[in-house]
Design a protein around this ligand. Structure first.
Ligand code: GUN
Ligand code: ZN
Length: 430
């Protein structure tokens, strides 16, 4: 067993439903086989277990490992293609890079870059948009298994509109997806996600086969894009017959259900939110991407009012990096700018969005997302360099919530001093 010492912050009770930030200052967690078995004041726990090894994470804050509910593996090398709206950005920057993953050797390098970026930002669980090529997805799962990060991912499929080398057929999409799921779903911490790119690039036949694959692979997840950009929304409505709204292109195939995570949903309408709430589908809010691509303002209040679950995604490479601290800050900025139409997010909301909400969206809430007894010890230790503005800010904070607000405001991956998954250190310990 190991005793971890530090200041532990988490949100076991949803702050959007009245829950508060929980803080264990000068605290300790006793971890056995990766699971938190006791928690309390450092002095007491050490006295109770004098024989156990201690790991000192004091200085800075220890937060639950971040959960990224929308991030693209093939896009790590093209982060920062600024100045284009979604459809131009896809055509000119993103899809040419995604096509390079046809070469498994190239995909290996990208997977290494991607997983390094993910884990060194403090992300320990992620719903990952895979690649259009089965070998590349295989490479991602292989490398993720070596690190131990909790990955839910799958083959990205499309059968129209995109460049021809990214297209598949209804039969291949099903067969290749099933083969990948049989190889990886439920193996270690890996799970399979059925992943049509977006209904703009998917025929009804392909979406129907996605639903069949989802049914065939028990416990598999579903993810795609929706309502991101105004031109995209119009194009989808024009392409599908009898399409009341974007969601209906998925809903008609039974793809709105628990275990479905829809990225963006910036231009959501009331009827769509009603269906998502009723079917318990989640939205992945990707605020830096929405700003960088000029996609629009995420209607958080409307999602909450309808009872639609919201978690966070970095959306690398539409987003500007892997840090969920930055996504939290950008979400905060946007809601501030929306004034009366915005939701006043506090530090506990931000922490919840990037941890426990993500765990719930991915169906992992019984395992990760906070530091309650019985949960796996997935954690990120944020310990800024001595004398840095964040270090000074935390030292002069008026309590844990204030320290957390400063961490969201100024924290970056450079402040990540340690990352743990099931109690095991991964990535760099300074
Ligand atoms: N819609 C379809 N593909 C993509 C993508 O790669 N990124 C984003 N942000 N939206 C998409
Ligand atoms: Zn995306």
């Amino acid at each position: 067993m190991t005793i971890f010492l530090g200041t532990f912050l988490d949100t076991p009770h949803d702050p959007f439903a009245g829950g508060e930030l929980r803080a264990e200052t000068e605290g300790a967690l006793l971890v056995r086989d990766g699971v938190i078995v006791e928690r309390g004041a450092a002095q007491q726990l050490r006295a109770d277990h004098p024989e156990e090894e201690t790991v000192d994470l004091s200085g800075g804050l220890v937060l639950p490992g971040f959960v990224d509910t929308h991030v693209h593996f093939p896009q790590v090398r093209m982060i920062g293609a600024l100045g284009m709206p979604l459809l131009d950005w896809l055509e000119h920057s993103t899809l040419p890079e995604e096509a390079r993953l046809a070469d498994p050797t190239y995909a290996e390098g990208v997977a290494t870059d991607f997983l390094h970026g993910l884990v060194s930002a403090g992300t320990t669980s992620a719903l990952v948009f895979g690649a259009h090529y089965p070998d590349a997805v295989d490479v991602l799962f292989t490398q993720a298994s070596q690190i131990g990060v909790r990955i839910t991912s799958g083959l990205v499929v499309s059968d129209r509109i995109l460049r021809p080398d990214l297209l598949t057929s209804v039969e291949s999409a099903y067969d290749e997806g099933l083969a990948l799921a049989q190889r990886w779903h439920g193996v270690g911490r890996n799970r399979y996600a059925v992943t049509p790119r977006f209904s703009l690039s998917c025929s009804d036949g392909l979406l129907e086969s996605c639903a069949a694959l989802l049914d065939a692979v028990e416990g598999s997840w579903f993810t795609t894009h929706i309502n991101e950009n105004a031109a995209e929304v119009t194009a989808v409505r024009d392409l599908f017959d009898d399409c009341d709204h974007y969601l209906s292109s998925y809903h008609r195939h039974g793809l709105v259900r628990p275990g479905s995570v829809y990225a963006h949903n910036v231009h959501a309408t009331g009827p769509e939110l009603e269906i998502m709430a009723e079917r318990q589908a989640w939205a992945a809010h990707c605020p830096t991407s929405n700003a960088a691509l000029g996609s629009g303002m995420f209607p958080l209040k409307e999602h909450l009012a309808h009872g639609v679950g919201v978690a966070m995604g970095s959306d690398v490479g539409g987003g500007t990096g892997f840090s969920l601290l930055k996504e939290g800050l950008q979400a905060y900025f946007l809601q501030q700018l929306l004034a009366d139409r915005g939701y006043a997010l506090g530090p506990a909301h931000l922490l919840h969005l990037v941890t426990a909400a993500g765990a719930a969206a991915l169906g992992l809430a019984d395992q990760v997302g906070d530091f309650s007894l019985g949960k796996q010890f997935d954690a990120v230790w944020l310990c800024p360099a001595p004398g840095s503005p964040l270090d000074v800010g935390i030292a002069n904070a008026d309590g844990p919530a204030h320290a957390l607000a400063k961490t969201f405001t100024m924290g970056t991956p450079a402040d990540v001093a340690g990352v743990f998954i099931a109690g095991v250190p991964v990535g760099t310990m300074r």
